[in-house]
Every structure is written in C-alpha cells, then in structure tokens.
Design a protein around this ligand. Structure first.
Ligand SMILES: Cc1cc2nc3c(=O)[nH]c(=O)nc-3n(C[C@H](O)[C@H](O)[C@H](O)COP(=O)(O)OP(=O)(O)OC[C@H]3O[C@@H](n4cnc5c(N)ncnc54)[C@H](O)[C@@H]3O)c2cc1C
Length: 364
C-alpha cells in the first residue's frame, strides 16, 4: 500500500493534531498518523496557561472544549506537615491560575473539527518505523505499520510531532541534547473529596515536591518528585511509610488515598528529562512540540509549547507548500525566535526546580 500527501504528521498529541487541523483548513492535504488506537491518554500535560488558552480562543476551539469539560484553578497552596503556609489567588487581571483540560476533550475537539475537512486524514493504530529518502538524500516519506502490514506514505513535508522519544528525530539523525533534572515523577489519580476546591496544592516532603492538581470531572492528580533513577530501589521498600507521608501532609485525603492507592502499582513513573534539538528542520523534516524540545513537567509548559509551535509553523508550512520552498526557508527563519523563547522557558523550569523549597519560607 502506498499513500501520497502534502504533509505527513507523525503523532496525534496536541502539537500534531492542532497542526494537522490548521493545515487542512488551508486546503493542504494532511495525513496524521497515530500509533495508539485512541488519542486520549492519561497522565499527560493537561494544564493550559495563557499561551495555550489564547491560541484555543483565537481559533474558536476554547468554548467547544469548555462544553466538554475543563476546570479553572482558583488557588495555589503551599502545605507543610498538614499546615497551610501560603496561598496564592489570581490577581485582578486573571480569572484563573491555570486551566485543567483533559487531553481527551482537547484532542476530541481539534480532531472533530479536522474531520469536517476533506484534506484531513487520520490513521490510528499506525506506527511510523522509518523515513524514506529520495536519490538526493532528501526525506520524502515515511514507512508505517498498521495491523501488521507495512506501507509507505510519500510526502512533501514530514512533521515529527511524535513526542519525547521521537522516531522521526532519530531516523532523521537530528542531534539532540538531553538534560536530566535530578528527579523523576510518580503520578496517580484519585477521586476528589466532596467540596474540594479547584486548586494546586504543593507540599515539601524530604525536600521534594509533592503536588495535588485538581482535575475536571472530580479528580485529583498526584505528582510526586523522587530522585532521578531511584524508583527501582524505592519499589523494593515497604509502601506504607511512603504513602503515609502523603497522608501526613494532606490528612483530609486519608480515606480516599487508602481506598485508591494501595501499592506501588497504583503509581505511574515519568522519567523526567528535557531536551533541545540542534535544529528543528532538516531535509524535508520538521520537528514540533516535545520531539523538538521536551519540557519537564515543572510549570506545565509542555502542552502549551506544543500548541504554540503548531500555530506558528502552520503559516510557514502553507507558504512552503504554496511556493515549493524545498529549503524550508520560512521555517528556518522562524526558528531562532521560537528557540530563544523555548530556551528561556527551559531555563525558567530549572530555576523553578531549584527554588521550589524557598516558596515555603514566607507567608504572603
Ligand atoms: C506521563 C507524562 C506526563 C506528563 N505530564 C505533564 C504535565 O503535568 N504538564 C506538562 O506541561 N506536560 C506534561 N507532560 C508533557 C506533555 O504531555 C507534553 O509536553 C505534550 O503532550 C507535548 O505534546 P506533543 O504533541 O509534542 O507530544 P505528545 O503529547 O507526546 O504526543 C506525541 C504523540 O505521538 C505518538 N507517537 C509517538 N511515536 C509514534 C510513532 N512512531 N508513530 C505514530 N505515532 C507516534 C504518541 O502516541 C503521541 O500520541 C507529560 C508527559 C508524559 C509522557
């Protein structure tokens, strides 16, 4: 089997899905390939900041996502051993301190809009395994597997929106600098007790961050930093003293934690790192989102950066396809400014990680 398209996008996360929609809206033929059966994934970046919110509003998508369900954070709190030491509320110009948007809602809205367009084609359960090169060495397509059969899609541009372990990046041999941040993250999800306010609650446990993010739909997502690479050893320790630290910091969660988190198996590990690619364009390949610049979970920038990339490159790709700009000149021109912004955010993440402990010192 062989397919042909203007743009082949690998990965239907927020970056790939939004880019596919924006290109199809401009009548550019797009094939979006996603290795999973369904696009909704748990434990992903689900907090919108101002950048993500304004993009969705500008595109007329925000209200549609809101109809499916989202939740505005009303306060950020800092707790120590069951005692509230600091609270932060939105200032006069804000109506929230971050918005929780379930990825299944966000992706459903984007993909439902895209499905209305003839130039959009989504293939689920389809894993890209390699890139195809022409005689000059330019990348001109992808090899993918669906239901055990391998096939090729020819494409004028290949977009790697395939996340932090990007296959497209690897196969295009784009150098990447990976940075460890000294911690990994354990995730778990529990029902929110009745009356729980939409909030982000932070605690300091042996110098590490333990955060509770209220989620739309009546849940709390627990994010617990542990020392990088320590999980295999930690899992060999008794579970009870570990979980008791959470309960000690947030006693009102005792019963719901006891019911829902009973062993190490109820946590999911996120191996935390950040990365930055040497270039985001190479010989017919473009990288966006986590594939180009993996963010750590700190500050919840990852989702928003992926949406921002998609919005930014959509116009340049349109010009690239229209003008037959095979050198990706427009995209290359746009890269330094965006790169400077991403580098600033990545530096900010490091600062936030280093200074987390100091947030507990003063009551404001
Ligand atoms: C477990 C976890 C928790 C996270 N928590 C947070 C958080 O709390 N806050 C935050 O801001 N960020 C968080 N992130 C990061 C955030 O989810 C990403 O920054 C954001 O989703 C990036 O969007 P993206 O579209 O670039 O890539 P992704 O959302 O990673 O999407 C990539 C898509 O590509 C698909 N794919 C991968 N390889 C292939 C292939 N070979 N063929 C076809 N499809 C492929 C994947 O299945 C996926 O759907 C988390 C990430 C993970 C993995």
């Amino acid at each position: 089997m062989m397919g042909k398209t203007d743009v082949c996008i690998v990965g239907s996360g927020p970056g790939g899905a939004l880019l596919a929609y924006l290109l199809a809206k401009q009548n550019i033929s797009v094939i979006l390939l996603e290795r999973n059966q369904a696009v909704a994934q748990e434990f992903r970046g689900e907090f919108l900041n101002d950048e993500g919110e304004s993009i969705l509003k500008k595109l007329g998508l925000f209200a549609k996502v809101e109809n499916l369900g989202l939740l505005r954070m009303e306060q950020i709190e800092y707790w120590q051993e069951g005692r509230l030491v600091k609270e932060i509320y939105p200032d006069a110009h804000q109506d929230n301190l971050g918005i929780h948007v379930p990825q299944k809602h966000l992706l459903k809205v984007i993909l439902d809009e895209a499905e209305k367009l003839d130039s959009f084609h989504l293939m689920l359960n389809t894993r890209v395994t390699d890139l195809v090169q022409d005689k000059e060495g330019r990348f001109c397509g992808v090899k993918a597997i669906k239901d055990g059969s391998e096939f090729t899609i020819q494409s004028r541009l290949i977009v790697g929106a395939d996340g932090r372990f990007s296959t497209v990046r690897k196969k295009a041999k784009i150098p990447v600098e990976v940075k460890n941040h000294g911690y990994d993250l354990l995730w778990a999800k529990i029902p929110a007790p009745y009356g729980w306010k939409p909030s982000i609650k932070n605690a300091l446990v042996n110098g590490s961050q333990l955060a509770l993010f209220t989620q739309a739909g009546g849940f709390i997502q627990i994010g617990w930093n542990i020392e990088h690479g320590s999980y295999p050893q930690l899992r060999k320790q008794p579970f009870e003293p570990f979980i008791e630290k959470l309960i000690m910091n947030f006693p009102e969660l005792r019963s719901v934690v006891r019911e829902n988190i009973q062993s190490w198996q109820d946590f999911i590990l996120l191996d935390v790192h950040s990365c930055l690619c040497e270039t985001w364009t190479k010989d017919g390949v473009l990288l966006v989102g986590d594939a180009a610049h993996t963010m750590t979970p700190t500050g919840a920038f990852g989702l928003n950066c992926a949406l921002g990339d998609a919005e930014l490159v959509a116009q340049q790709i349109y010009e690239h396809i229209l003008l037959g700009d095979s050198g990706l000149t427009g995209l290359k021109r746009a890269e330094p400014k965006r790169r400077a912004y991403i580098e600033k955010l990545q530096a900010l993440q490091v600062d936030m990680e280093k200074s987390f402990e100091s947030l507990f010192t003063a009551y404001v």
